[in-house]
Design a binder for this molecule. Structure first.
Ligand code: BJW
Length: 301
């Protein structure tokens, strides 16, 4: 950790209102991949094939197998010290702190982060919702696996457009992106269906895909926290900051005079050298750097 750690920790102790913005990097040491970069999901998976409403409309079987695989991996993963550190900070700070997470893996909740101050703005792998426009069925905290018989043992396998694919994520490949190679196709009757709709409408994963709006209720609560009085500090943890609107929160806090601390394996050199005003950069695995940086408020994790 750089010498600016003491300066950051002084700011942390003096800060009344704090926001944490979390991305996939926080869950890397729990064994879950990021989206972008050389070890990211999107390197081998085409996100247009998998994380858009159009993708689900064209091939719901492919998308469900992808999310079934993601659900299993998230269930197998355990929260790391970074998750526990944030949960501890949330308990210490109470209503003066919120975590905005883009992650859908549920690991912060499993680490004990209070739900009241945790905003999962991209949804959850464990929420299911009906695709019928006229039906508002939503199921939370569904940890069942497989969700249907056809999705058993298929979380590692798919086929699309005649191109058969399989995901490899064994230990040998753990340092690279999961990759696809051949397997099979599912029809709608094999997929999770709405228990309320009489026409057997499909259920879909309760995550926010590209082009979809985020929950207005959550966004209003976040807006209120940011706009009512100044946020003194924002912790930006394991996110590339490429996705809107999540990436707008940092500038909003900064514009109102808040300071910024970045926890990432990849940080611009001017930030590391302390050349960007009111910005600290802590380079490394967030599961190690975060507990250390937050220690004055949360003790040893
Ligand atoms: C570590 C580490 C370690 C690694 N320790 N760090 C042009 C076309 C179409 C759309 C748009 C467009 N321009 C803008 C848009 C809007 C679009 C968008 O932002 N697109 C950009 C890509 C350009 N946004 C949207 O569409 C959003 N909706 C919206 O805007 O609605 C408007 C609307 C209003 C009214 C009506 C209709 C619409 C929705 C965005 C939803 C994003 N969804 C996803 C998938 C969620 C489901 C799933 O998980 O499958 O969310 S995309 C994906 O990216 C996922 C993530 O949450 C999100 C952010 O990624 P994240 O977390 O930053 O991960 P990475 O991989 O990018 O970065 C990891 C970082 O960790 C890196 O920096 C590493 O260095 C670091 N790291 N190891 C610490 N050990």
């Amino acid at each position: 950790m750089p010498s600016s750690l003491t300066e950051f920790q002084d700011c942390l102790k003096e800060s009344k209102k704090i926001v944490a913005l979390v991305g996939a990097g926080l869950s890397v040491s729990s064994g879950l991949p990021t989206f972008r970069g050389s070890q990211g999901l999107w390197k081998n998976f085409n996100m247009i094939d998998l994380a858009t409403p159009d993708a689900f409309y064209i091939d719901p079987g492919l998308v469900w197998q992808f999310y079934s695989w993601r659900r299993v991996n998230a269930l197998k993963a355990k929260p790391n010290k970074g998750h526990y550190a944030l949960a501890a900070l949330a308990k210490v700070k109470g209503d003066d702190f919120i975590t905005i997470t883009q992650n859908v893996d549920g690991l912060l909740i499993r680490a004990g982060h209070p739900k009241r101050t945790l905003f999962e703005i991209h949804g959850s792998l464990f929420d299911l919702k009906c695709t019928n426009f006229m039906c508002n069925y939503v199921e939370h905290d569904n940890f069942k696996h497989p969700l249907t018989k056809a999705l058993s043992d298929t979380e590692n396998e798919f086929e699309t457009g005649g191109r058969k694919r399989k995901i490899t994520d064994d230990a040998e490949n753990a340092k690279v992106s999961p990759t696809f190679t051949p397997v099979k196709q599912l029809s709608e009757k094999d997929l999770p269906q709405c228990p309320v709709c009489k026409d057997g409408s499909l259920l879909r994963p309760g995550v926010v895909w590209f082009g979809e709006p985020l929950s207005m209720t959550l966004m209003d609560k976040i807006d209120n926290f940011i706009e009512e009085g100044e946020v003194d500090l924002i912790l930006v943890i394991g996110t590339s900051g490429t996705v809107y609107p999540a990436n707008s929160f940092v500038d909003r806090v900064r514009l109102k005079g808040g300071k910024v601390a970045i926890f990432n394996t990849d940080i611009e050199s001017d930030i590391l050298k302390g050349e960007q005003k009111d910005t600290w950069g802590f380079k490394g695995d967030a599961s190690e750097t975060l507990p250390l940086a937050l220690k004055p408020l949360i003790g040893t994790i």
